[in-house]
Design a protein around this ligand. Structure first.
Ligand code: PLP
Ligand code: COI
Length: 339
């Protein structure tokens, strides 16, 4: 195996040894199969290709100081995948089968879990797609679930640093009663142009407002939003954002730290009142927000006045990472340790 420079990993694809696959045929999920292929044979009329019958997930495994490998909140990812399956009429995979696949694929690729000191992790990418042929717009009758893994470093360049974000008014990611709460590829296709324009403009990512009124903060590129003020953690309540497992964890940790937690609509104008703010997600972890520009409206909301991450963001980040790496007790039962 080629030596891996663990300290310089980006958030990208690296070939690992194995992936695992489970096929759904004749109305039932089959046995787990182990593959070393990076490709899948796919029918030219598969519903995933034509009608977006596709769901994915993202979760991470961490190597602790004790050498043990810990997978973070895999049951939550299994449940969200089940919700997505219901949303786009795919058969649900049980939490037990999801767990079996996740544990097996990490075990098979154990030497790709980065060392503790690197601060990197192994990213698990579950995928569930319609493989059966249809020409009419209908759900498939055959499906493939797979998980591949790849070692990753920080999602945003610079890691834990305060960076600028931009509100897009030209594009919506998801409609109020659309697929925004599901992790389907189509939502990400809808975000590509806005994301590209944000990056060209020097921003970390694009922010979406609610599609109906263009008044409330929804979420940013591939992460949820939270703001901090008056010892309160505030995060949007919206029918068009992904229910982030990181955000759910941070709400709990904020409570543990004695903070109040509010989930409610956040009007854009409220941005100017936050003492701190961050983007959060599996890939993003916590990415502190320096400022959010709204160029089409002529506003710039500066949040980190000194350009640095705030003390609460840092506290939450350290707490989350400590649980993920096993440095602090897993009091909420979030971690599955690989035996
Ligand atoms: N929102 C979007 C659109 C995402 O793609 C992600 C990434 O998974 C998140 C939020 C954060 O969710 P989680 O914390 O479960 O990774
Ligand atoms: C994640 O945080 O797991 C994501 O899915 C983000 C992105 C790479 C799509």
């Amino acid at each position: 195996m080629k030596e891996i420079d663990w300290s310089n990993l980006s958030f990208g694809y690296m070939k690992t040894d194995y992936n695992v696959r489970i096929y759904y045929r004749n109305n039932a999920w089959g046995e787990l199969e182990v593959s070393s292929e990076e490709t899948i044979p796919l029918h030219i009329a598969a519903t995933s290709l034509h009608y977006g019958q596709e769901a994915f997930e993202g979760l991470k495994a961490f190597r602790g100081k004790d050498g043990k490998v810990r997978i973070f909140r895999l049951e939550e990812n299994a449940a969200r995948l089940q919700s997505t399956c219901r949303g786009i009429m795919m058969p649900e995979l049980s939490t037990e089968r999801f767990r079996e696949a996740a544990l097996r694929v990490v075990e098979l690729n154990k030497h790709f879990v980065p060392p503790y000191e690197s601060g990197a992790s192994l990213y698990l990418r579950p995928l569930l797609i319609g493989t059966g042929a249809q020409v009419g717009v209908k759900p498939a009758d055959e499906y493939l679930f797979l998980i591949f893994v790849t070692p990753v470093g920080p999602y945003f360049k610079g890691g834990f640093a305060a960076t600028p974000y931009v509100i897009t008014r030209k594009y919506d990611r998801a409609a109020p009663l659309g697929t925004g709460t599901y992790k389907v590829g189509g939502n990400y296709a809808a975000s590509l142009r806005a994301s590209h324009e944000a990056h060209v403009g020097g921003y970390s990512a694009e922010f979406y407002l609610d599609a109906k009124e263009k008044k409330y903060i929804d979420e940013c590129g591939a992460a949820n939003f939270f703001g901090i003020k008056d010892n309160t953690y505030i995060t949007p309540l919206s029918t068009s954002i992904l229910p982030s497992i990181t955000n759910k964890s941070l709400m709990q940790l904020a409570e543990d730290l004695g903070m109040k937690v509010e989930r409610r609509p956040i009007a854009e104008a409220e941005l100017s009142t936050f003492e701190e703010a961050g983007a959060c997600g599996t890939a993003a972890v916590i990415s502190p927000i320096e400022r959010i520009d709204d160029p089409e409206n002529g506003h710039s909301y500066v949040i980190a006045k000194d350009g640095k991450p705030g003390a609460t963001c840092l506290k939450l980040y350290n707490k989350l990472r400590a649980i993920q790496y096993g440095d602090e007790p897993d009091t909420h039962g979030w971690v599955t340790i690989l035996e």
